[in-house]
Design a protein around this ligand. Structure first.
Ligand SMILES: [Zn+2]
Length: 236
């Protein structure tokens, strides 16, 4: 980016160039932040599952340490038999763009020497996309955004096209989880709720307009006091 400083205001194309530069740098910073946080969480999950820090001596007691991760060969689920075995690298698509060379820990089973199949909480093994796409898809479909629009927005963010089928599958996978969330009582009720909405008028057959109707969204601030919480809905 080059700017020729002189008297007077910025030219329009210079203003655009500055904003674009800020956007690109913010994107790079966000990608670095996601990579750092995800890698730290992956390491922390390994430490929690093994019950020992990296480099700590492995103790084997008569009591197995049961894990939901299992050896792909012998099926062993005793975390005392698992040891850290380096990392593999993969890419991950996020709302800020594609992250390359994400370091994912690997474990080896000491009973048979094969790989342990690790399913990490923050990273689904065969998913191209990270959690932020899921959140965005939930919000977008809640606000009646079309799949095509979601796909265009995401394609632009990650720099490659995202099929409508991929998005649809994701929504279908999340539907039962959302359904369950809607039925589960809210135990921690936020004290502050902020409403927002857009006022629209329903046209009538005679060409006049009925009273307005506002598709509303509510957000809540988490705290300790009690109140009432609302989801997406329509007020008439
Ligand atoms: Zn094994």
């Amino acid at each position: 980016m080059t700017i020729h400083f002189r008297q007077g205001k910025l030219e329009e194309h210079e203003r655009q160039a500055i904003l674009e530069e800020v956007y690109q740098q913010a994107k790079e910073a966000a990608k670095t932040a996601v990579k750092t946080v995800v890698e730290a969480l992956l390491e922390a999950e390994v430490t929690a599952k093994l019950g020992r820090e990296k480099g700590a001596v492995r103790h084997i007691s008569g009591q197995p340490r049961s894990s939901d991760w299992a050896c792909g060969q012998c099926g062993c689920q005793d975390a005392q038999q698992f040891t850290r075995d380096g990392h593999y690298r993969r890419s991950l698509q996020t709302g800020w763009g594609s992250i390359e060379d994400l370091r994912v820990p690997m474990l080896e089973c000491q009973q048979c020497g094969h790989d342990v199949i690790c399913h990490f909480t923050v990273l689904e093994k065969y998913e191209r996309f990270w959690l932020d796409l899921d959140q965005d898809v939930v919000l977008g479909s809640g606000l009646c955004e079309s799949l095509r629009h979601l796909s265009e927005r995401w394609g632009e963010a990650v720099g490659s096209s995202i099929g409508l089928r991929t998005l649809n599958e994701r929504i279908n996978q999340m539907a039962p989880v959302l359904e369950q969330a809607h039925q589960t009582p809210i135990t921690q009720v936020p004290p502050v709720i902020q409403f927002d909405g857009i006022w629209v008028r329903r046209p009538r057959a005679d060409g006049n307009h009925e009273n307005g109707s506002a598709p509303s969204a509510a957000t809540a601030t988490q705290g300790e006091a009690h109140g009432e919480a609302f989801g997406l809905g329509t007020v008439g």
